[in-house]
Design a protein around this ligand. Structure first.
Ligand code: BG6
Length: 482
């Protein structure tokens, strides 16, 4: 179903995100018939160039960063016709009148701030001063949304000076991933899980987001952020909220976000001995192309973490006795994002301990091979007597629906279409972001004050040994990163 006609202005229209994600994503929606032909996309950035040069740049980006399938050249030409370009100065007057000349009446107006957060306030102010927005206009902002509570508050205030909260779409692309939404469907669309979804039946929950890539060319940004700010405060926190929240009364933006906010506010401060920070070492087999973290960020004394593992609790009736373990890192052994709900042992084994015992685990895999599996215990087939084994009950939709049953939609495609539809459910509200920083700040302050130095870990490993110890002390283990 096509969305309403729109004018989408992308500030930072020549940047990495626009070329890698936003425009290839829009092209896919165009091919799928969801982006109406009357929609217009206006790239805006500092560089001088004309529409033809911009279209050429984006055509190349789609070839390079598209989904790898052959590009339909007729559709690509038609899509590129919807693009235009305006050279603009976010802090000056250049380009704003030209931009105003591009905007049409009676279509949805959306402004994507794909720029450094330091420019959010300037853009908001100029959009307003030049009369480019109305009550129904939307603005989309990317992470990082601040680097601590104070800066996030400031950004919220800068935006609130010109826009209502219902107009502001704060992107966390993890919320746009297919399985994240499926997680809500599984939790709230079935009778099976919700009665067991609490400390009485759940032993612990673990969330792992492992990446094989290093910091690449983003060393400058990353070294000032680290895994806590780059991944935990936003992506892992959002996953934790969706797992832990109470059932919202409706699947609507504020009902969902109210419940998520309650979870963040109920998070306990993390004890220093419940955190392990790590920094990756060079790959001994290939130290030239895969250097150690400090070389990669060109900061020989860096104390920034490229890996973090921590244990936290949610202080409410549902979860007080269930620990949540979070782990994320770069240059790990495999790319794998998985949430595991590990259920408790059965209270008594009628088969005797020698039959073996297994725990039910509901694993929700975001990537790769997305899907949801429930491990259940059955009898080992055959004549060997009553021995128990673990088998996965596979709820992977791609298998269940067949190869044509599920369309693969990238997170950015889905989220941009949601902006045009005016649906904020998968976007973070200002108070959520602030609450997440309020929980994160003391943790970071703690290790800064203690002069904590991250532990080295081998490239292509599961992180520092201390992370495994964090679990073992509790008689638990991390799930293998595969
Ligand atoms: C980004 C982080 O938000 O998410 C990156 O800044 C990280 O450091 C990326 O690599 C991971 O996203 P995905 O979708 O590849 O898991």
């Amino acid at each position: 179903i096509p969305v309403d006609p729109f004018d989408l202005v992308i500030f930072g229209g020549t940047g990495d995100l626009a070329r890698r994600k936003i425009l290839p994503g829009l092209f896919r929606r165009y091919c799928a018939g969801q982006m109406p032909p009357e929609a217009r996309v206006i790239g805006a950035a500092r560089a001088e160039m004309d529409d033809a040069a911009y279209r050429e740049m984006i055509g190349e980006a789609i070839a390079e960063f598209g989904d790898g399938k052959a590009v339909d050249q007729d559709k690509l030409s038609a899509f590129l016709e919807t693009l235009s370009y305006v050279a603009i100065d976010a802090r000056g007057e250049t380009g704003w009148r030209a931009l105003a000349g591009h905007m049409r009446r009676k279509v949805v107006r959306a402004f994507y701030f794909s720029v450094a957060p330091g420019l959010f306030g300037d853009l908001a102010e100029r959009l307003n001063a030049h009369g480019l927005t109305d009550d129904d206009s939307r603005i989309v902002v990317e992470k990082p949304f601040g680097r601590d509570l104070a800066s996030a508050r400031q950004l919220n205030q800068d935006l609130a000076a010109f826009f209502d909260e219902r107009q502001i779409y704060r992107i966390d692309h993890y919320l746009g991933k297919e399985t994240v939404q499926n997680l809500m469907a599984v939790r709230f669309g079935n009778m099976l899980f919700e009665p067991l979804w609490n400390s009485q039946f759940v032993d612990h929950i673990q969330i792992t987001v492992a990446e094989t890539v290093g910091v690449g060319g983003r060393g400058d940004y990353y070294d000032k952020s680290g895994a806590m700010r780059d991944m935990v405060q936003n992506h892992l926190m959002q996953l934790l909220c969706l797992i832990a929240m109470e059932p919202p009364a409706r699947f609507d933006p504020d009902a969902v976000r109210d419940e998520k906010l309650k979870v963040i506010r109920a998070l306990e401060p993390v004890q220093p001995h419940h955190i392990v920070r790590g920094q990756y070492s060079a790959d001994p087999d290939d130290p030239e192309s895969l250097p150690d973290y400090r070389t990669a960020v060109e900061n020989p004394k860096s104390r920034t973490e490229s890996f973090i593992a921590l244990k936290t609790h949610i202080a409410n009736w549902r979860w007080a006795a269930t620990p949540f373990y979070l782990r994320t890192g770069k240059r790990m052994v495999a790319r794998s994002s998985e949430i595991s709900i590990v259920f408790k042992d059965t209270p008594h084994s009628i088969f005797g301990e020698e039959a073996g015992r297994h725990r039910n685990v509901l694993s929700i895999r975001l990537q790769p091979n997305e899907g949801i599996k429930l491990s259940v215990t059955i009898k080992e087939p055959g004549p060997g007597g009553m021995r128990l084994i673990d088998v996965p009950l596979d709820m992977t939709f791609a298998d269940a629906l067949g190869p044509d049953g599920a369309e693969n939609v990238d997170a950015y495609e889905r989220l941009i279409m949601d902006v045009i539809r005016g649906n904020q459910t998968l976007f973070m509200r200002g108070d959520e972001v602030e609450a997440a920083w309020a929980w994160t700040d003391p943790i970071i302050e703690g290790w800064t004050n203690r002069g904590d130095v991250p532990k080295p870990y081998d490239s292509h490993s599961a992180g520092p040994d201390a992370a495994a110890q964090l679990m073992r002390r509790d008689n638990r283990d991390w799930r293998e990163v595969t």
